[in-house]
Design a protein around this ligand. Structure first.
Ligand code: DAS
Length: 356
């Protein structure tokens, strides 16, 4: 494998030869695919089974072999990090994966990394990597809504697009990206908004761009801190605290919050109604738990382009609560996991939720 210096010389020689009408192919970008399972590695019994199948069955080398066209855009190799359905992903899995990505992007012979992943928690992994991996190399997380055995399976083109974006110089410095359904979304913003259609992933603020036939078309850039501009570094994180999510709805009670706190939760994400509202039946318990050192973070289960406003319907300053800004509950949990590795101060936490 040529290192960066050798590749620069090769490119210089190729340019001089091209000037004389002689061309040699400069080295292709090197992309590593880290496979974790999910539907993109799923298999069904029949081509008509687009929704009935088993996730996490097909190994990474078979995924790569299934798309010979990848050879034209990058030198690709695969690693099977896990083989699981992503609803079963654990904090330990997140740490293992992020540490592997961080090690790979430090290598001169790696130009980009693709992670194939189940769609259920893809948005959580993408955000986690966005927060803790220091690089400007493209990191692209990709999944599929149909198994490769189904008619009109989406995984092949999603994976081809992911490798194409990961091999692209113009994808550098944009944070962790998610390529699904021809769109390039920010790993921070995107979430799974539909649970059974190929057009499943949406960002409340819109995609960053599109990838069509191997070419990227960019329309906006991330506004929040990420990757090289993050104060969090996976190389300094070896454990993650317990952070849980409690759902808000009519006739709410405080049982879940008390159980989470009794079980050692360092923070509880309130997946509130509307503007992250908290039932009057629950407020006293959250005040009590805050008094015992549990961080209370208000998010909302309404998540299509708004954000929780501090001190609007709840006196956050008075209660010393944090608001999750525009992050949905599952993303707020990811940021809390990372932030608590650095601070227990609620005002610092609130700064972090504004900035990331
Ligand atoms: N169970 C889903 C998962 O692994 C399958 C998928 O959609 O990828 O996230």
């Amino acid at each position: 494998m040529l290192n960066r210096t050798a590749r620069s010389w090769l490119f210089a020689i190729a340019s001089m030869l091209a000037a004389c009408g002689v061309s040699i192919a400069a080295d292709k970008p090197n992309v590593v695919i880290l496979a974790t399972g999910g539907t993109i590695a799923g298999a069904g019994a029949d081509v008509t089974n687009s929704a009935t199948y088993q996730a996490a069955k097909v190994p990474v080398d078979k995924l790569i072999a299934g798309i010979p066209q990848l050879n034209a855009i990058a030198s690709v190799r695969g690693e099977q990090v896990f083989q699981i359905a992503s609803e079963s992903l654990t904090n330990a899995n997140l740490l293992t994966l992020a540490k592997r990505v961080a090690a790979l992007v430090k290598q001169n012979d790696v130009d980009g990394v693709v992670i194939t992943h189940g769609t259920d928690t893809l948005e959580e992994t993408a955000y986690f990597l966005n927060l803790v991996v220091h690089t400007d190399k493209p990191i692209v997380v990709v999944g599929s809504m149909r198994p490769g055995t189904a008619m009109s399976a989406d995984g092949m083109l999603n994976l081809y697009n992911a490798v194409s974006v990961a091999a692209s110089k113009d994808a550098r410095g944009k944070g962790v990206l998610v390529t699904m359904n021809d769109e390039i979304n920010s790993g921070r913003d995107v979430s799974k908004m539909v649970n059974i259609r190929t057009e499943a992933f949406k960002s409340p603020w819109g995609p960053l761009g599109m990838v069509v036939e191997g070419k990227n078309y960019w329309f906006r850039l991330p506004a929040k801190r990420h990757t090289n501009n993050s104060e969090f570094d996976i190389e300094k994180i070896d454990t993650l605290p317990s952070v849980e999510i409690a759902y808000g709805q009519g006739n709410a009670d405080d049982i879940a919050y008390r159980a989470f706190a009794a079980n050692g939760a360092k923070a509880i994400i309130h997946a509130g109604t509307g503007n992250g509202s908290v039932s009057s039946a629950v407020v006293p318990t959250l005040q009590e738990l805050r008094g015992k050192g549990v961080q209370i973070i208000r998010s909302s289960h309404v998540n299509a382009g708004g954000f929780v406003l501090r001190n609007a319907e709840q006196p956050d300053d008075k209660y010393d609560w944090v608001v999750a800004h525009d992050l949905n509950p599952q993303k707020a949990r990811i940021l809390a996991l990372v932030a608590l590795s650095k601070t227990q101060d609620s005002k610092e936490l609130q700064r972090i939720f504004w900035e990331y």
